[in-house]
Ligand binder design. Structure first.
Ligand SMILES: [Zn+2]
Length: 406
């Protein structure tokens, strides 16, 4: 992939708001600035065409598409947490699964910035050994942007305000971008779990769902990032609710201040930051269910990337880590188990989950058998001429195993 960034001077503008940056969950406050007019200030460094060309070359010339996976946060600064479960542990578990999926595909060269064993040594050495270089890189990029602001050529819009990061994290994230540029990475995927400021620490919050962040349209990597982000979004949307946090409702959010996706135009490759479900959501509370969910998030993300590269191979069937599945026991109200998670996924594929009249935010996949599942089981039973009792007994189980069994 090409390195490029030059500024085209010119064009419109109004205000630019300097914010300190950012990688975590967002604050509750919303600020909207004057609408800006999109304009191109940077030469494209990652477009749909350039990414597909790289993939094509990987196939034809034994080249590789280079993917960097960045599990958000670390042991020192673990992001958000809920009842003892830390975001940094979830992001690393998901990152490792995603890494494994890319690794199996010989068209990709994949690296993960952190595993459960700690930070990647090569990246760590780079960041430690290049402190000044990274600072200079930040400074140069910011001042380029500053020039654009001073001359009134760029406008900034905050869609969702993010939590600020420590200077250590900021430097690390810019360091990762600089390193990814120098090493020709085509795609950088940042993994986070959602949360918002103002939630009581041990209490379940009021929002649910995922969001996909991509760089704002002016940036050199915007076009390619947006296209890949949309593919991932479509896969996730097949199973999970879109975040109902104000201004995240579109599901794909263009952002200028997230370092991970290339704030100040610091990333040449495509950059995507995914906030998977909110940390307190039922699907993430129980360890066994959570592990299944994490496998599926990784699968959907991987399939989303593959959909982008090979659109002709998109299969309309809902692929998920939850299916096929073999059910071996009765399920009823109150059961909380991976059995129920797979049941819900099967009901979803049948088109009866969430039940009629309910949204995915009302009735998400949870692994817990509650009123949503009961309604959906009844609908399934009606569909197959079984007695609509709202529980999974031997007959319903036999039907499920027949359609979705291993
Ligand atoms: Zn985070």
């Amino acid at each position: 992939m090409k390195k490029a960034f030059f500024f085209i001077t010119l064009l419109l503008g109004v205000i630019f708001v300097w914010t300190i940056s950012v990688d975590g969950y967002k604050g509750i406050s919303q600020e909207k600035f004057t609408d800006y007019l999109a304009s191109i200030f940077f030469i494209d460094s990652a477009t749909e065409a350039s990414l597909r060309q790289t993939f094509h070359e990987a196939k034809e010339k034994n080249d590789k598409v280079k993917v960097l996976i960045v599990p958000g946060h670390d042991d020192i600064s673990w992001g958000t947490d809920f009842r003892g479960v830390k975001e940094a542990d979830l992001t690393v578990a998901l990152g490792e699964e995603l890494h494994g999926l890319f690794k199996e595909n010989s068209l990709f060269e994949v690296k993960i910035s952190r595993t459960s064993a700690g930070h990647d040594k090569e990246l760590d050495l780079y960041i430690e050994g290049n402190k000044q270089g990274i600072l200079d890189f930040m400074k140069v990029q910011k001042s380029k942007m500053g020039e654009l602001i001073d001359s009134g050529k760029i406008v900034f819009k905050i869609v969702v305000e993010h939590a600020t990061s420590t200077s250590r994290t900021i430097q690390r994230l810019y360091g990762i971008n600089k390193w990814a540029n120098e090493n020709g990475y085509d795609l950088v995927i940042h993994i986070h779990f959602n949360d918002y400021a103002g939630r009581k620490k041990s209490a379940t919050g009021k929002y649910s769902g995922f969001s996909v962040y991509v760089p704002e349209g002016n940036f050199s990597n915007a076009k390619g990032s947006r296209a890949v982000g949309e593919s991932i979004f479509k896969r996730l949307r097949g199973l999970y609710p879109v975040s109902n946090f104000p201004n995240e409702g579109a599901g794909i959010i263009e952002d200028q201040e997230l370092i991970g996706v290339g704030a100040y135009n610091t990333l040449d490759g495509a950059g995507i930051l995914i906030e998977y479900d909110y940390i307190y959501e039922p699907i993430l509370v129980d360890r066994k269910i959570r592990n299944e969910a994490i496998s599926d998030y990784a699968l959907q993300t991987y399939l989303g990337v593959m959909d982008f590269f090979e659109p002709s191979r998109i299969n309309s069937d809902m692929a998920t880590a939850y299916l096929p599945y073999e059910w071996n026991r009765n399920l009823f109200e109150g059961t909380r188990d991976p059995d129920v998670l797979s049941l819900q996924a099967a009901l979803m594929r049948e088109g009866v989950y969430p039940p009629a009249g309910f949204s995915r935010n009302d009735c998400p996949l949870t692994g817990a058998f509650g009123p949503c599942t009961e309604r959906a089981v009844k609908a399934f039973q009606k569909k197959y001429n079984l007695e609509p009792v709202g529980q999974v007994g031997p007959k319903t189980r036999a039907k499920l195993n027949k359609i979705y069994g291993i």
